[in-house]
Design a protein around this ligand. Structure first.
Ligand code: CP3
Length: 341
């Protein structure tokens, strides 16, 4: 189906756009009372994510209510470990938790490479329904976690400030680490391909824990696998968002992807210099800027837009929107981008 508002796709490919497209990481859920109402009708996050009709409904909410230029499918990066044989739970107010983790070769033997279409059929179904419901209004973004970030959760078992168990494994069990990363990578490629067949128009990789590795380890244990994924997917544009990987910007300019996400610690002019003109940059307003008054939000957004200087750009925050942000401030951010000249 022809997409009516295809600003995001054209901006990703570096084509001419009338204005900069805008969407927010983690826009589906979290901030909208309409999301919470749907969420309360089920037992919890996982049931919501596994019910395609409801996942589709909350995916479309931000398009209708906020006016963003793209939808992102409602799911989580942790569906991949689950499909590989390591289920997760979502603990209220604390986040994800894995009853079992990976620490040895025998743990690894219990896992399989996920095939995407079958093992994650509920996400695939949600994408199909969402495409139908969107009827071409805006593109639909599919996503997955980057292998290193997924590895970090599978080894650590939960979120962590330091992810010291996951980082320890890179030193104590480098071979096992590479084996697990390769299994995650193969699963992720299968999963993303199935998302694209179902209708995803662009895909984004979230490397949320990129910033806890040093540059050499980042090359060896993360970029190497991101690179495999980028090379395997050529059907739609790809965005790589590696939170905290300021040290890897030059290396990332070599990835086979169209767009690089910037977090708010990454200077815009400096990032452009390191990455070059061959890629679109996405970001990067500090999510905390949305705690300001509407006037302050508008001013901060304009300042960000000025710094991108009309180059290849997709406007976004520098990380996911925080759950306690007033949706009205989100609208100010979006409207300011849309009206920017
Ligand atoms: O709007 C969207 O972006 C689509 C849906 C989406 C979710 N998670 C839904 C979700 C996306 C893209 C994610 C990605 C995700 N999940 C990341 C990468 C992005 C980032 O923030 O760095 C990570 C690290 C996770 C893991 C995860 N899932 C955590 C740490 C938590 C708990 C804290 C929180 O609320 O983010 C989740 C739960 C989760 N994933 C919720 C939602 C809407 C909240 C669950 C609820 O409704 O109770």
């Amino acid at each position: 189906m022809q997409i009516q508002n295809d600003l995001l796709l054209r901006a990703a490919k570096g084509e001419k756009v009338e204005r900069t497209p805008v969407w927010l990481m983690r826009q589906a859920g979290r901030i909208l009372p309409e999301y919470r109402a749907v969420r309360e009708s089920v037992s919890g996050f996982i049931e919501l994510a596994q019910t395609p009709e409801l996942a589709s409904e909350v995916t479309i909410q931000p398009v209708d209510l906020l006016g963003v230029d793209a939808a992102i499918i409602f799911s989580d990066i942790l569906v991949i470990p689950e499909a590989m044989g390591l289920p997760y739970e979502m603990v209220e107010k604390r986040g994800p938790w894995f009853p079992e983790t990976v620490s040895s070769e025998s743990d690894l033997k219990k896992l399989k490479i996920a095939d995407g279409a079958n093992d994650l059929s509920y996400v695939i179904k949600a994408i199909e329904i969402t495409k139908k419901e969107l009827a071409g209004r805006v593109p639909l973004i599919g996503f997955a976690g980057a292998p290193w970030t997924i590895f970090a959760y599978m080894v650590e078992g939960s979120g962590s400030k330091t992810f010291s168990k996951a980082r320890a494994m890179l030193y104590t069990e480098p071979k096992l680490s590479h084996q697990l990363l390769q299994m995650i990578t193969d699963s992720t490629i299968n999963y993303l391909k199935a998302q694209i067949v179902a209708g995803a128009d662009l895909i984004q990789l979230f490397d949320s824990w990129a910033g806890i590795l040093g540059p050499d380890q980042y090359e060896e244990y993360s970029l190497k696998y991101i690179s495999q994924i980028c090379d395997a997917i050529n059907e739609v544009p790809k965005t790589v968002f590696a939170k905290g990987a300021f040290f890897a910007r030059e290396a990332m300019s070599q990835l086979n992807c169209e767009t690089i996400g910037l977090d708010w610690n990454m200077g815009i002019a400096e990032s452009r210099k390191m990455i070059g003109d061959g890629k679109t940059l996405q970001g990067n307003l500090d999510p905390a800027a949305l705690y300001g008054t509407p006037e302050q939000v508008a001013a901060a957004t304009k300042k960000m837009m000025d710094q991108f200087k009309g180059g290849r750009h997709i406007a976004n925050l520098g990380h996911g929107v925080y759950p306690d942000i007033d949706p009205e401030k989100v609208k100010v951010f979006i409207e300011t981008v849309k009206n920017y000249k």
